[in-house]
Ligand binder design. Structure first.
Ligand code: NAP
Ligand code: F7E
Length: 332
């Protein structure tokens, strides 16, 4: 008898996108499985309590046998590979681990699928990134980066992701697997880790407003990013796997804003017009190589997937500040 429910396996369930995607797939009626790593993962309890419907496997992207075991039990129709060392700044501090998890981890997952899916039916999503493009210094598309733009990664993270992108394409071409890359530009929201600049800012803005913190230390303020809302982007990931043909897609907003502009909106949200007295620059948060401007062109995803976005840039900042004000108020 055919299985009634579709099954999905997620790597990276404890991260921002994993949380959004688990909720999204559950609402769509999927049976959701996920891997979680480590004998005492501090985020395990939160995942179990927020997503009681997700079946968890102890597994690690660097341990292929653990991925094979997860595949054998979950027997998923779709695999979303979101697990990675994903912090660009951190990847300079631990480049080899970044290579093992963010790069070779993709190969481990693809091989685990190939070894457990003789009928070649599993659909695979790889979390590729705009960090593969490297910024306008290297590559100057007219409207923004597309699926056809050339790559010039500027960090160990970007280099490892480029390997993940190519090995995914290679498995598609070599073994006829339904294996695709979503080339996603920055996406943020209430689940974003506080180590990333947007959440670091909205968390600090809330704490400054409530008198819990005096100032905020940041690195460079001039880089520009194409920032969207994570909830909109996981819908795009799912759409990519619902197509008949495996293809790569860019997800982006088509707008780019500096960190200074993000600061303007975030501080204004709590009634502070001039953020300069509160923000200090600290070289510890600067990177050995920076990506100057990221701007994506999502035309292909809009036309072929019917992908749209509900949250714009001001809406994103507002949502994040309001969320952090609510969380931080409980600490008073
Ligand atoms: P995130 O919040 O940093 O989550 C990363 C996830 O990877 C965490 O669940 C982490 O688990 C897991 N992980 C780390 N090492 C692992 C290992 N050895 N084995 C298995 N899992 C491991 O990242 P995100 O923002 O949700 O992004 C999801 C994916 O999209 C990532 O691959 C990221 O590189 C990519 N991406 C993100 C963006 C963005 O703007 N958010 C844009 C483009 C691409 P632990 O809790 O155990 O550390
Ligand atoms: O930095 C600058 C920093 O760490 C954004 C990941 O999800 O998106 C993300 O990578 C910008 C950079 O994100 C601080 O130098 C200044 O120019 O928030 P971020 P990211 O590097 O763009 C891409 C698409 C991914 O794929 C990644 O996985 O902000 N910046 N001061 C700072 N950044 C941080 N984190 N902290 C600061 O204090």
């Amino acid at each position: 008898m055919a299985d009634a429910k579709k099954r999905a396996l997620i790597t990276g369930i404890t991260g921002q996108d994993g949380g959004h995607l688990a909720g999204f797939l559950h609402e769509k009626g999927y049976e959701v499985f996920a891997i979680i790593r480590g004998q005492h993962n501090p985020r395990r309890e939160a995942v179990v309590s927020e997503f009681p419907y997700v079946t968890l496997f102890d597994a690690d992207l660097t341990d292929q046998s653990s991925l094979i075991r997860a595949m054998q039990v979950a027997r998923p129709h779709e695999v979303y590979n979101l697990g990675a060392i994903s912090h660009v700044g951190y990847s300079f501090k631990d480049p080899q681990l970044t290579n093992d998890v963010t790069g070779k981890g993709v190969l481990n997952m693809l091989e685990a699928i190939r070894l457990t899916d003789p009928e070649n039916k599993v659909k695979f999503y790889q979390a590729s990134t705009s960090e593969m493009f490297g910024g306008l210094e290297y590559n100057r598309p007219e409207k923004g980066y597309t699926e056809e733009s050339s790559f010039h990664p500027r960090s160990p993270y970007g280099v490892a992701k480029l390997y993940g992108y190519w090995i995914t394409k290679n498995y598609r071409e070599s073994y006829d697997m339904f294996a695709v890359s979503g080339i996603l530009f920055n996406h943020e929201g209430e689940r974003r880790g506080v180590e990333f600049v947007t959440r670091k800012i909205t968390n600090a803005v809330a704490r400054i407003k409530l008198g819990l913190q005096d100032d905020l230390e940041l690195g460079d303020l001039w880089p520009k990013r194409d920032w969207g809302y994570a909830g909109d982007y996981v819908r795009g990931m799912w759409l990519m796997l619902q197509q008949d043909k495996p293809e790569d897609y860019v997800l982006a907003t088509g707008e780019t804003h500096s960190i200074g502009e993000f600061l303007d909106l975030a501080f204004k949200e709590v009634g502070i017009d001039d953020w300069k007295p509160y923000v200090k620059q600290n070289p510890a948060f600067m990177r050995p190589a920076e990506v100057d401007v990221l701007l994506g062109d999502p035309t292909k995803a809009e036309k072929e997937l019917g992908w749209t976005r509900d949250v714009d840039f001001p809406g994103l900042v507002k949502l994040m500040v309001e969320h952090d004000l609510a969380i931080e108020s409980t600490k008073l």
